[in-house]
Design a binder for this molecule. Structure first.
Ligand code: ADP
Ligand code: MG
Length: 254
C-alpha cells in the first residue's frame, strides 16, 4: 500500500468574531498518500484556506495534529520550519503577489533555494535553469520581473520555486483559479507531469468540479468547517451521497 504522506487528525480552528466564536475548521480528519491528489471543494468561507494554512504552519490550530511524512509537525518551532518546508510547499492563487516585485524570477528562486539548502552560486544558477525548463518557461524569462510575466507564466514560476525544495507534497490553494481556461489546463497538465515524474502528492483546493474529476484521485467536500463527504473523486462527483455535495454539483452544472 502507498505510504501516507500527510495526515490531519481532529483539526479545529476558531476565530473570535464580534460576539461569538466562529469555527473555521471543525474536527477535520484527512490523509493523503504518496503520489496522490486530494481535492478539497466547498463554498467560499467553508474553511479550505484555513485548513491549508494550518497544514503549512501559517496558522496555528486550536487542537488536533498534523503528521507530515511520519513526523508530528503540530508544534514545530520556528527554527525547525526550514525542515518542514523541504517536504511541503504551497502555491497560491495570487502568484504575482507571492513574488518580491523588486527581484527578477531568477533572483527570487535563487533566494528560495539558498534559504532551504546551501549550494554554490554556480549550482544555484544551474538549478534555476533546470527548474524553469521543467515548468516550461523559456530560459530568458529568468531575467524578467514578476509583472513582466503573464498570469500563467507567473504561476509556472511559482511552481518552479515550490519545486526547488524537492517537496513531497504541494498544497495548491485555488492555484489555477485566476487563470484563463486554456492556461489553467496547461498548468494542470504541468502538475500532472510533476506527479508522474516526481511522485508528488497534492492537496488541491479548487471550486472547479470538472477539474476535480480530471485531476484529483479523491476529494473532500467541506461545509461550515466540516468535511461532509470524502471519497474517490469520480465516485463523489457521479454519485454524491451528502445533500450538500448534490447541491454543489447541481449548481456547478446549471
Ligand atoms: P475558504 O478558503 O473556504 O473560502 P477560509 O478558510 O478562508 O474559507 O475561511 C473560513 C472562515 O474563517 C470564514 O468565515 C472566514 O471569514 C474565517 N476566517 C479565515 N481567516 C480568518 C482570520 N484570519 N481572522 C478571522 N476570521 C477568519
Ligand atoms: Mg480560500
Amino acid at each position: 500500500m502507498d505510504k501516507i504522506i500527510l495526515q490531519c487528525n481532529n483539526l479545529r480552528k476558531t476565530y473570535k468574531k464580534k460576539n461569538h466564536l466562529h469555527v473555521a475548521c471543525d474536527d477535520i480528519n484527512l490523509y493523503i498518500k504518496q503520489g496522490e491528489c486530494l481535492g478539497v471543494v466547498g463554498e467560499s468561507g467553508s474553511g479550505k484556506s484555513t485548513l491549508a494554512n494550518i497544514i503549512m504552519k501559517l496558522e496555528k490550530a486550536d487542537s488536533g495534529t498534523v503528521i507530515l511524512n511520519d513526523k508530528d509537525i503540530t508544534n514545530v518551532k520556528r527554527n525547525e520550519l526550514k525542515e518542514v518546508y523541504k517536504e511541503i510547499q504551497m502555491v497560491f492563487q495570487d502568484a504575482i503577489g507571492s513574488f518580491n516585485p523588486r527581484l527578477t524570477i531568477e533572483e527570487s528562486i535563487k533566494e528560495y533555494v539558498c534559504n532551504l539548502c546551501s549550494t554554490t552560486e554556480e549550482e544555484k544558477k544551474h538549478k534555476v535553469d533546470n527548474l524553469l525548463q521543467m515548468v516550461g518557461l523559456p530560459k530568458e524569462y529568468k531575467d524578467r520581473y514578476p509583472h513582466e510575466l503573464s498570469g500563467g507564466q507567473c504561476q509556472r514560476a511559482a511552481i518552479a520555486r515550490a519545486l526547488s525544495a524537492h517537496p513531497k507534497i504541494l498544497v495548491c490553494d485555488e492555484a489555477t483559479s485566476a487563470l484563463d481556461v486554456s492556461v489553467q489546463a496547461q498548468v494542470v497538465e504541468l502538475l500532472k507531469e510533476m506527479q508522474e515524474k516526481m511522485n508528488i502528492s497534492y492537496l488541491f483546493i479548487t471550486h472547479d468540479l470538472a477539474l476535480v474529476s480530471s485531476f484529483c484521485d479523491r476529494v473532500a467536500v467541506m461545509k461550515n468547517g466540516k468535511v461532509v463527504e470524502v471519497g474517490e473523486a469520480k465516485e463523489v462527483i457521479n454519485n454524491p451521497q451528502h445533500e450538500y455535495t448534490k447541491l454543489l454539483i447541481q449548481s456547478a452544472y446549471l
